[in-house]
Design a protein around this ligand. Structure first.
Ligand SMILES: C[S@@+](CC[C@H](N)C(=O)[O-])C[C@H]1O[C@@H](n2cnc3c(N)ncnc32)[C@H](O)[C@@H]1O
Length: 265
């Protein structure tokens, strides 16, 4: 059978992605999963640097493919008036909503929140309240569509954040480039894209369930950004430590990048 047929796309997430196990395994402490040393601390540090100067701010922030997580918008949340979170899977969106509404049995983001607030010298309750107040919607999205939020049309965003979504959602480089173009279209001219992802990964596991990943090089991503009318500002890479002993994924490196939408696109 060809690789294409086996690639786990959005529908597979809808039926097989265990939202609670994912957060428990990868986000229950700031160190992340014990097999993925320094992955999460690197990501949180980069996201913190993106927003700590206060230069990156605006009205509208959209996160695409949030999963059941909120960590990607913790550093940004006080700098944007309205935040939209999103994912393809109903369970993932439900878990976020439960946390936003402080419902019983919601996921515990305290260790990650505390870590981010410590590195930024902020009060945890302030940041948590700002995020809960500013998230206006948790929407269904599908990055395979030209407009990922179809049938809704969102106002142009000042910032789009996406983490570990496109390589999980796109079965080949053509779909990846198309999806990045769709994300670029969500931005106003000059708007900021913040992307976290992995290089050279073919799979990851949640609760022993295997999910596909599109294996990407830095060059693939640079070309995709250019094709999507995005001008690269920063590309930070942390190589995987002890890849041979990682039982939950085979990533070669984790990356964080920032790019701006060109004015004429
Ligand atoms: C590895 S998780 C990343 C979650 C989170 N952003 C993070 O950084 O941990 C991949 C996410 O992509 C979502 N996804 C898969 N296919 C998608 C699609 N076609 N459109 C939007 N999201 C999709 C899954 O539901 C899942 O939440």
């Amino acid at each position: 059978m060809s690789k294409r047929v086996n690639f786990t796309e959005g529908e597979f997430y809808q039926d097989h992605f265990d939202s609670r196990a994912y957060v428990k395994d990868f986000y229950s402490c700031p160190g992340g999963h014990s097999d993925e040393k320094n992955f999460l601390t690197f990501v949180l540090k980069c996201l913190s640097r993106d927003f700590s100067t206060g230069e990156n701010k605006g009205r509208m922030l959209i996160e695409v493919g949030s999963g059941p997580t909120i960590h990607s918008v913790l550093s940004a949340c006080q700098h944007y008036d309205e935040i939209v979170l999103s994912d393809f899977s109903d369970n993932n969106r439900r878990e976020i909503e439960k946390w936003l509404e402080n419902r019983e049995g919601c996921l515990d983001w305290n260790p990650v929140l505390q870590h981010v607030c410590e590195i930024e010298g902020k009060g945890q309750s302030h940041v948590e309240a700002a995020l809960k107040q500013r998230v206006k919607k948790v929407l269904k999205c599908d990055v395979r569509l030209e407009n990922p939020f179809h049938p809704h049309t969102l106002e142009p965003a000042d910032c789009v954040i996406t983490s570990l979504c496109l390589e999980a959602a796109c079965k080949d480089i053509h779909s990846y480039c198309r999806a990045l173009h769709g994300l670029s279209k969500l931005l106003r001219p000059g708007g900021l894209l913040v992307m976290v992802g992995v290089l050279g990964e073919t799979f990851y596991k949640v609760n022993e369930q295997r999910f596909s990943c599109l294996s990407l090089s830095k060059h693939d991503i640079e070309e995709a950004l250019q094709g999507a009318g995005l001008s690269l500002h920063e590309f930070n890479i942390l190589p995987a430590e002890d890849r041979e002993n990682n039982s939950v994924s085979d990533f070669e490196a984790v990356f964080h990048l920032t790019a701006r939408k060109l004015s004429d696109c």
